[in-house]
Design a protein around this ligand. Sequence first.
Ligand code: THU
Length: 302
Amino acid sequence: MNIDHLLQAAKDAGQHRARPLASNFKVGAALEFTNGAILSGGNTEDRGKTVVGACAERNVLAAANNQMGPLSEYGIGGTVGWRRAAVWANTPGPITPCGICRDYMAATAVSPGAEVLSQCEGPSRSGFTIGELLPLAGRGPGGDVKEEIESWRLSGGRITQLPSSASDYLIARAMGAAGRSYRPPFSNEPISGAALLTENGQMHEGFLVIDATTRLGGTAISMAVRNALVGPVENTSRVVAVGLFTYGDVLRAPTGCDLQLLQEIRSKHGDVDVMFGCNTCAYKTTLDALLPHPFGRNDLGY
Ligand code: THU
């Protein structure tokens, strides 16, 4: 399939099938799958219950899973994965998928080299691979990122190894918080904690909470963000640094979902330091490196 056809399918979906009842922000996505199928769709929002909605990209992946799936995981198993994606939005500049979509797209792409192209109402286009948009997606066993860190470094990724998790104050605080994690017995999610430093010098902790539906809890970082939102975010709660600790030998990086949440409450100026570690190793990088070309406030104009 010609790339212009894929871009046109994304535009048609955005213009005619998007349901942006809250934001009025129309997005369409079209994905090409390994069996040759093209599926497209728009974003869906409810007017009053904004958390119920979903992005165009995830709507298409959900439809693909249910029409042709199950979708493969990091190119393995399942019946199909996607190999090319096009996105369209009624914005002046091209947008990129949000962190949640990057998580889901990275997990269901045929490879990290799968392309994501974007068009908008203006003339400019953008194009990235899903690997560029989410360099530490957790392709290793149990979500381990050690191998991805090595290949990311070779391609210029800015990340440094720390002597140990205990050598970083925020990771050490996160380690303490991790012990309070709650999860049902069926969950294999490793227990984890987070510590978040805000602009006013305050520290906020969070820990993993999973419920039986696996929907209503939160990751350690998302819980720390909730704890940080003690006043208007503009005055008190802009995040400047975050530490994540995961129990065991598997090294986990913050998910795309967590990075998107941090992006929302970062300061308008300056990057966010991101440290993460497990029992055997620890690393330091930044939000701009982990979530390049972020979707969010710049695109929506606030
Ligand atoms: N949105 C998408 O559908 N795709 C993206 O890549 C970015 C954001 C949607 C979600 C929400 O309905 C609206 O755009 C505003 O964020």
